[in-house]
Design a protein around this ligand. Structure first.
Ligand code: 16G
Ligand code: MG
Length: 543
């Protein structure tokens, strides 16, 4: 029987001691906190990724080192399962257990427990591919990760500095190479070629879209967007802003998709000409936020809900035009954060499902449809085509609609939300529908909304049901929220504990901006009082 290389693991693990005062948790976005505290976590994730690979018969597991839209000093790490999807949730507890073992001896005991609990055959080889974003703590964390992989003798491939969606793409292509499910070439070049070829085919014969301004959040998306330029040729021009990878502190600072969504305004570094369209990526390029200036120069945001509406409507049109609407059903997945107007617009036309926040929930729900379109309001999303739908599309009688549908499939990164792929998808749909930003925006009118966060002593006291739309704990609080909401025409509000920060989030929407703000702050006040915050610290705006 093959045993764990205990001495090797112990010796190397001693070089990556766990900080005694930190409790790590594998949450919605993997492990994420201050980068400089994550050395032991990365070492241990190396071992965990190898175990996951052994468990899955030597399939390649992905490891991405990133903290996405968070500030530059943060970093994080998450595992990617063989088809490019998020780590299976039952393994999140293993990850947390390994990360929190107080010392090397306890760590080895915890590894042993995972091996037993998951019935892992240690004789099976382990394969891992990893990448990192541009954060300054990245190289050192990758070194710790490699140490873990080497301690357990895993084979690994270093994909270097790249975006989260490229890493997901690599995992899927490596694991499907040479099979009937092959997803493309397992290289960055394969990714660039696949997406840009499909995009160029979709734009062929259409008027060239105006150049697109892309705010790269001063992150790794800038590298990838720059590489795309050569592949796009002159069929589509992109102009990059916030593409500075050298100034310390610039990453996600007053720019990027999260800045735009949260503040509902342009990054100060950008000015738009009347009519101009632009978009923002986040720090690891898996979220996309669009916007445009109207003829008076006024800013309008086109978020994940607007992207869903545009893309789902176009796909439905194509499926119908190809004569496949009887066989292929298109569905949409949203979360509680979806603007009420988008849900109303979409539910009149398509099945719409609401699931808890976090890509893994949306992704799994989208797999239940022949074509599942999912985007979080924050701009993270993609479209999934079931194997049966893909089979039908590839064998159905040729038509223009069918060709377009095939190219749409290829321009989309089905493994995970991909800001650049999504931007090409949006531009292709706009070109096919001859839409400007104004026409796209007018599909429905957003309800004014407000998101507020409340710092509480224990966010775990907050439990929800009904896809996070209702609180079950603390008892009685939901009834108070309901009572407040009833006072606002068209009002809606919900309270949920964050999965990535030690806070509780409050969302509210209402008929007017003032009412949405007021409702959000009043509900936040309820939360603050309930959670036992110090009355003298109660934020003034919580009415
Ligand atoms: C993470 C999730 C994102 C979710 C956000 C919610 C992934 C890859 N990312 O960024 O989908 O919207 O967390 O954060 O799953 P919150 O729980 O702090 O509100
Ligand atoms: Mg991200």
């Amino acid at each position: 029987m093959t045993m764990l290389p205990i001495n090797e693991i112990q010796e190397r693990s001693d070089r990556h001691p766990k900080p005694s005062d930190i409790k790590f948790q594998y949450g919605t976005a993997g492990f994420r906190t201050l980068g400089k505290t994550l050395d032991s976590v990365l070492f241990r994730v190396g071992i965990l990724a190898a175990l996951r690979s052994k468990k899955l018969d030597g399939k390649t597991i992905g490891v991405m080192v990133t903290a996405s839209h968070n500030p530059e000093p943060d970093n994080g790490v998450k595992l990617v399962d063989p088809r490019g999807e998020m780590l299976e949730s039952s393994w999140e507890a293993h990850a947390t257990a390994l990360a929190n073992a107080p010392n090397s001896v306890a760590f080895i005991a915890a590894v042993d427990e995972v091996v037993k609990a998951a019935k892992i055959d240690l004789a099976i080889p382990a394969r891992v591919v990893f990448a990192r974003d541009t954060r300054p703590t990245g190289p050192q964390l990758v070194a710790a990760l490699k140490d873990g992989l080497e301690a357990i003798k895993a084979e690994y491939r270093d994909a270097g500095v790249t975006t989260t969606p490229v890493l997901h793409y690599l995992v899927r292509t490596i694991n499907t190479k040479g099979t009937k499910d092959s997803y493309g070439e397992d290289t960055e070049e394969g990714y660039l070629t696949k997406l840009s070829d499909a995009f160029k085919k979709l734009l062929a014969g259409k008027p060239t879209p105006p150049p697109l301004l892309i705010d790269c959040a001063n992150g790794v998306g800038a590298l990838m967007a720059e590489r795309f330029k050569a592949y796009l040729g002159d069929i589509f021009n992109i102009n990059l802003v916030n593409a500075d990878l050298h100034t310390p502190g610039a990453l996600n600072n007053s720019c990027g998709a999260d800045f735009v969504k949260v503040n509902q305004k342009l990054p100060p570094s950008i000015t738009l000409q009347p009519g101009q369209r632009a978009c923002s990526l986040d720090g690891d390029a898996d979220r996309l936020m669009y916007y445009y200036a109207d003829e008076r120069g006024q800013f309008h945001m086109l978020d994940g809900d607007k992207i869903t509406t545009l893309v789902a409507s176009y796909i439905v049109e194509l499926v119908k035009a190809a004569g496949l609407d009887e066989q292929i059903k298109v569905g949409v997945i949203q979360t509680a954060y979806a603007n009420g107007s988008s849900t109303k617009y979409l539910s009149g036309r398509l099945p719409v499902k609401c699931v808890p926040t976090g890509v893994k929930h949306l992704h799994h729900a989208a797999e239940q449809y022949d074509i599942g379109v999912y985007f979080e309001a924050n701009g993270h999303g993609t479209v999934l085509f079931s194997p049966a739908a893909q089979e039908l599309i590839s064998s159905h009688k040729p038509s223009t609609a069918l060709t377009n549908l095939k190219n749409i499939i290829d321009v989309i990164n089905q493994t995970v939300g991909d800001a650049l792929s999504d931007a090409f998808l949006v531009e292709a749909v706009l070109a096919h529908k001859s839409f400007s930003g104004v026409e796209w925006d007018s599909m429905y009118c957003d309800l004014p909304n407000r998101l507020v966060k409340v710092v509480v002593s224990d966010r775990n006291a907050f439990k929800t049901e009904d896809a996070e739309r209702r609180l079950v704990s603390p008892p009685g609080l939901q009834a108070k929220v309901d009572e407040l909401v009833r006072k606002y025409e068209g009002g809606r509000s919900f309270v949920r504990p964050s999965g990535t920060e030690d806070v509780v989030r409050v969302y509210a929407e209402a008929a007017t901006r003032t009412e949405a703000d007021e409702l959000a702050f009043r509900v936040a006040g309820l939360v603050y009082d309930e959670a036992g915050g110090d009355p003298s610290q109660r934020p003034k705006e919580f009415l």
